[in-house]
Design a protein. Structure first.
Length: 417
């Protein structure tokens, strides 16, 4: 265990450098499975604006993963990212960030914990005061000297609920002037607030159906509501709001405070049950037995065009050469969900690239960023990086184990001149 407050600056540098090098070696190992990797390179936001990494038509930053930060002293580091459309390199930016956001266990004794990300914002939880905060420090286009920090109101725990363990955070937009923040806790409680409101307080909902107690919350631009995907991927619950304000009247509750959530049953078609409706997926008895032995989770993802996808992820316990056990993603299945709840297995998402991580999932048009692979899934977790061509799943993918304290993919950010 490291006690950072007792260390000299050169010791902090050595530790952070060692962690960073391990991350870069890990990413290089993963990237080497795809193409020949290049060295870490230095770049600034301004110079990158003129490079092929940025969309020339949409004027956006490319999707990226946070790799680490080089320690500069005074608990500040220079951010290192990996752009999804530049698989041969990691980029050391001139951007300065608080290193506690990148290495929470090495700095500040882990008191500040990152608990999720959405639209380029990082959600943090301070263990001392229990306050949630939104920070744009890791946003590539945010100010180094004047980052935005939004303190959310103190959490209120409903009866028979808990607010210590947070599943994820979702936001309705990137604008602090009008976004709604949704926080899903492990268990029945789901909480919302709109920080820009003069009366900034939480709207707390208790979900009666245990199917949604372990669900992640996500915002649907298409439906203008927050969705939760039930355990097993067979139901979607929706919480509707007028996104100009958090209005309780849009949401009916019983006297006991149990939420009456609008749910939609999903009909699963895995075997091409209707002609022309999805791709054929034939699983043998051995395949089905193998899937039954795995840990399964589901992701609900919406594309910029409004298409909704359900992704099933199966993980299996393996032991690495070093004797370290981890859960490895071994199977991915993608389904397209229509407005009637019909869910059909597919192997072609079209001109889309999907990003799954501990941040809110998203898709981008592949053709918007030179070098981005179409019909492809990038997956980042605390202990692995996965790359999968949807045309070759469910059983063919690249998975490399590692350790990430900030397992977030950031979506494209608009570049303002």
């Amino acid at each position: 265990m490291f006690y950072v407050e007792k260390m000299e600056h050169h010791q902090l540098f050595e530790i952070s450098l060692g962690v960073l090098l391990n991350k870069i070696r890990f990413m290089a190992l993963f990237l080497s499975r795809l193409v020949k990797p290049a060295l870490v390179r230095r770049s600034s936001s301004v110079s990158l604006l003129l490079s092929n990494g940025f969309s020339t038509s949409l004027r956006q930053t490319p999707p990226c993963a946070i790799i680490g930060a080089t320690y500069c002293g005074n608990d500040i580091g220079r951010l290192i990212v990996s752009y999804a459309n530049e698989p041969r390199s990691c980029n050391q930016l001139e951007k300065r960030v608080p290193v506690e956001l990148v290495y929470p266990q090495l700095f500040n004794d882990g008191k500040t914990q990152t608990i999720g990300a959405s639209y380029g914002w990082i959600a943090t939880l301070n263990k001392d005061d229990g306050i949630l905060r939104l920070q744009d420090d890791l946003n590539l286009l945010a100010s180094d000297t004047d980052p935005k920090r939004i303190q959310l109101p103190p959490l209120v725990t409903m009866p028979h609920c808990q607010t210590k363990i947070i599943t994820n955070v979702s936001m309705s937009s990137s604008s602090p002037e009008d976004f709604i923040v949704a926080v899903k806790f492990s268990g029945p409680q789901l909480s919302f607030c709109r920080p820009a409101d003069s009366k900034n307080e939480w709207v707390n909902i208790r979900i009666d159906n245990p199917c949604f107690h372990s669900s992640r919350v996500m915002f649907s631009k298409k439906d203008d509501v927050f969705h939760l995907l039930g355990s097993g991927g067979l139901e979607i619950a929706s919480v509707g709001f007028c996104t100009k304000s958090v209005v309780v009247r849009w949401y009916k509750k019983t006297k006991s405070g149990i939420a009456k959530m609008k749910t939609k049953a999903l009909k699963l078609f895995k075997l091409d049950e209707e002609e022309g409706n999805g791709d054929e997926l034939l699983l043998s008895a051995a395949d089905l037995n193998f899937l039954d032995s795995c840990c399964k989770s589901e992701h609900l993802v919406e594309s910029p065009t409004g298409d909704t996808f359900l992704v099933e992820q199966y993980k299996k316990k393996i032991v690495e050469e070093e004797g370290v056990a981890r859960l490895k993603t071994v199977v991915l299945m993608v389904y397209k969900v229509d407005d009637e709840g019909n869910t059909v297995y597919i192997q072609d998402m079209g001109d889309l690239t999907m990003f799954l991580s501990n941040s809110e999932p998203f898709c981008v048009p592949s053709s918007s960023f030179p070098g981005l692979r179409r019909n492809y899934i990038h997956l980042l977790d605390v202990d692995e990086v996965v790359g999968a061509d949807v045309a070759h799943i469910p059983f063919s993918m690249i998975s490399v184990g590692g350790s990430f304290s900030t397992p977030y993919y950031f979506p494209p950010q608009d570049i303002h001149n």
